[in-house]
Design a protein. Structure first.
Length: 276
């Protein structure tokens, strides 16, 4: 039996919004498996504030930008130990310098970015220098990018959350693109549309919906139908194009884009947030 630590219980409570004792019991029943504990809470009908936690990180800055031709966008996360350092202008400037190297060179992955040069030295070595200057652990923990006919980036105030979004048509209105990037930041979709959700996630949602219905006293055959209805609700809430537009909930994001151009759609998006 895995030891259930108070920190794990607190983390599960923060992620799900469920009660402390419910969280402890869920972790105990799942032998400390965090994801299984979330599913167990949901199956038992517990209110889960977030179906998925943002990627774990400590303090730091998450920044994003686009290339001069508007067809490439990148987002990075530079971590440190304290919020005091994260808010320091020099630290944020350093993060943006790394981001510029990423945009100028379009590396394929994080390791490739770390080995590119900044100020005549590899970024990984410059980070080591910063550790000596700052006196805290500094780590470049995340990098991702998008190439598309139009890209947009959005940094939420405070540099804790950034998004990048790609569109299939060039030259779209900047405010329209920004609205979608802010939607991704606010509503945290898991895919562009239903086709982007893995069968594993779909099967899990059907299982959870069925278990919830049974917990509510519904017979098994009816629970199956109810779970399919809840799956449709899941798609609407968690796929970007089907989400209600936060600035005008009479429309979905897909409706909003079609109002601009009947062929306009999102090709992909990336969202990164510090787990604060």
């Amino acid at each position: 039996m895995a030891e259930i630590k108070a920190a794990d219980v607190a983390k599960l409570r923060k992620t799900t919004g469920a009660g402390m004792m419910d969280c402890k019991k869920a972790l105990t029943e799942t032998n400390g498996d965090f994801e299984e504990a979330i599913d167990l809470l949901r199956k038992k009908g517990q209110k889960v504030a977030s179906k998925r936690a943002d990627r774990e990180a400590s303090e730091g800055a998450v920044v994003a930008d686009i290339s001069t031709d508007g067809k490439f966008s990148a987002v990075i996360a530079l971590n440190c130990e304290t919020d005091f350092v994260a808010k320091n202008d020099d630290f944020v400037k350093f993060a943006k310098e790394i981001l510029k190297v990423a945009i100028d060179n379009k590396p394929a992955n994080l390791d490739e970015l770390k080995n590119l040069e900044l100020n005549g030295k590899k970024i990984v070595d410059e980070i080591t220098n910063q550790i000596g200057v700052i006196g805290e652990k500094v780590d470049l923990s995340y990098y991702d990018s998008i190439s598309a006919e139009t890209v947009i980036s959005y940094i939420h105030p405070g540099n804790k959350l950034s998004t990048i979004v790609g569109f299939n048509i060039a030259g779209i209105d900047n405010q329209v693109a920004k609205d979608v990037a802010m939607q991704v930041a606010a509503m945290n979709p898991i895919a562009v549309n239903q086709e982007g959700i893995s069968q594993k996630i779909i099967d899990k949602e059907i299982e959870i919906g069925k278990e919830q219905a049974i917990q509510e006293g519904k017979p098994a055959d009816l629970a199956e139908k109810i779970s399919k209805g809840r799956l449709n609700k899941f798609f609407k809430e968690n796929t970007l194009l089907n989400q209600q537009f936060v600035k005008d909930n009479k429309d979905t994001i897909q409706d909003y884009l079609k109002q601009q151009n009947k062929d306009l759609t999102v090709t992909e998006f990336k969202r990164y947030s510090l787990n604060v």
